[in-house]
Ligand binder design. Sequence first.
Ligand code: G6P
Ligand code: MG
Length: 220
Amino acid sequence: MINAFLFDLDGVLVDTAVFHYQAWRRMANSLGFDFTHEFNETLKGISRMDSLDRILALGGVTLSDEKKLELAAQKNEWYLELVSQMTPDDILPGALGFLEQTKRAGIRVALGSVSKNAPLILERVGITHLFDALIDGSKITNSKPDPEVFLKGAAELNVAPAECIVFEDAVAGVEAAKRGGMFAVGIGTPDVLTEADLVVPNLEHLTIPELRAAVDRAQG
Ligand code: G6P
Ligand code: MG
């Protein structure tokens, strides 16, 4: 029985995954190197400081903790410049309709994002009121693929993990959902999100009866 949906934010409900990519690349370029789209896939769902460590390791750059904090703050400033131009039009195709369909079906809704900017972004695009619980980067100690963010979401909604569906665009996020004992819907392509129980390109044509049927099939 499915009673709750847990949504990642960046790349699932809004297109901010692209902004993270642009801001991190700008930072890498300022240090004299670049990284690919494939490498960027490994950063999705990973906290700000862990992402920075991975990028610096890729570029072979070693820095003091103080300098690292400075770079992380700079990246966030560049990221927020992009976010400041967002409007409700930046909600990804189908996401708003799907959230509304979810509410009408009486399914509880939580956000499960590693981003500390998540509450600000929800406000900017005007969808905060659609959530029964908000778990963001300020409420967790372990970033995805640790299941903490989704287990906290389920606990706050008072729903068992097996009654939850997670919606995720990140490889690390799908792994977090599976480690938490939840059904994982990947938003993207099956060649990248290999561990997801179901993969769709976006939330546009997804229906709740179809999802319930997929969960029934998976649970045998
Ligand atoms: C999400 C994104 C990551 C980002 C992380 C922290 O998980 O997928 O790309 O690094 O949030 O975001 P923040 O807004 O706190 O820097
Ligand atoms: Mg994401």
